[in-house]
Design a protein around this ligand. Sequence first.
Ligand SMILES: Cc1ncc(COP(=O)(O)O)c(C=O)c1O
Length: 436
Amino acid sequence: MEPSAIERLKGAQPFFWGNPGCRHAPECLESLPLKFEDILDAEKRLQRFAPLLAECFPDLDASGGIIESKLVKCHKLASWIAREDGIDGLSNVYVKADHALPVAGSIKARGGIYAVLHFAERVARESALMDDGLDYRQLLDPKFRRIFGEYELSVGSTGNLGLSIGIMGSALGFRVTVHMSKEAKDWKKERLRKRGVDVVEHASDYTAACVMARQLSDGNPKIHFIDDENSVELFLGYSVALLRLRKQFADAGIRVDAGHPVFFYLPCGVGGAPGGITFAARHVFGDFAHCFFIEPVQAPCMAAGLITGKHSDISIYDFGLTLKTDADGLAVSCPSRFVGKLMEPLLSACITLTDKDMYRYLLAMYETEDMEVETSSSSACGGPKMLYRTNEGIEFIKSMGLQASPGAATHIFWTTGGLFVPAEQHAAYRAMARRI
Ligand SMILES: Cc1ncc(COP(=O)(O)O)c(C=O)c1O
């Protein structure tokens, strides 16, 4: 008998786990605590803030203050994966290029920036100083900066969330403290310190850094803790991507229907970013969307939480795993219960990969498409191999009544970070990829 997913998880072996709880979209979406209207509300808030964002960040001039990434068709990468991973007929491969998202350089630019704007809007409204006749650039006025300066934004992070909150918070005049887990890369800390952000380095992992940050903010009305494990705002900020992607699909003439499903391969840490995307993908594309979370073999916290149904009551250490992975953004020991519960009926499957595979794909992305991404990001490319080349993946395809041919589907590799990685760090990633 082949080892089960949980046996593979314990043994730090790659696995594909098809989620038996996944439901038809019409059956489950209405009963969830968040609705499609919440995504639309988030999008409207981002539009209200667009003039302010364009004023703060020259990178957003061309988009009028909208932070969005490209959808890039990747023929060469598709051929490379088809050849190297043995997947005949793999085509229709796209990268949703959040690794190059302006302002914060990672997928966290969506949720993190949205969460800061949501709080700023609340504080500004409560001050009763807002003029409804003016656009949101008024919030850059010194009188609002003074009010924002009375508050501290606090967050626990593996690096990228801290960057996005630090960049946006400091642009508005908030004081920002980022509690960094031991996995966070030095260049991320340095970048934040240059912006005047207080970076607290923890010798512990991400989950413990969050506990500390939460305790320090508890009971202090002037500290606003942005809780990566429970934040509705972060989740909805990520989800807005699907409204934009729907338009990008239409512009690119990508058909989505029963014969042409769309597969999303989503790198997963605590779960907020891939969770928000999955939630919105099931709203926008219904049962034609299949979402796969990708985690490192040493940090499969969301898979552990979903398989056991224990969510945040379980940690990867309970299985003897180490959290040791070069995919720093995915180095999370304990998943979000809030996201895990929402994913129970929405998510198609969890996949794990070795760091070695992530490095293989990192190099392939560079050599085939000239894309420089973090290891966390490149993990997205491992989805098709686990879907089409494992017994569990093939079983999943059959049980969903999907066509066996990879060419029938559109494959979206959601790359999640890379733009701000220093050139020498990218070179070091590639050197590592060539060595192993
Ligand atoms: C590059 C990158 N990819 C993916 C993720 C995963 O996002 P989440 O922790 O919300 O699941 C992170 C988280 O920091 C990240 O930095």
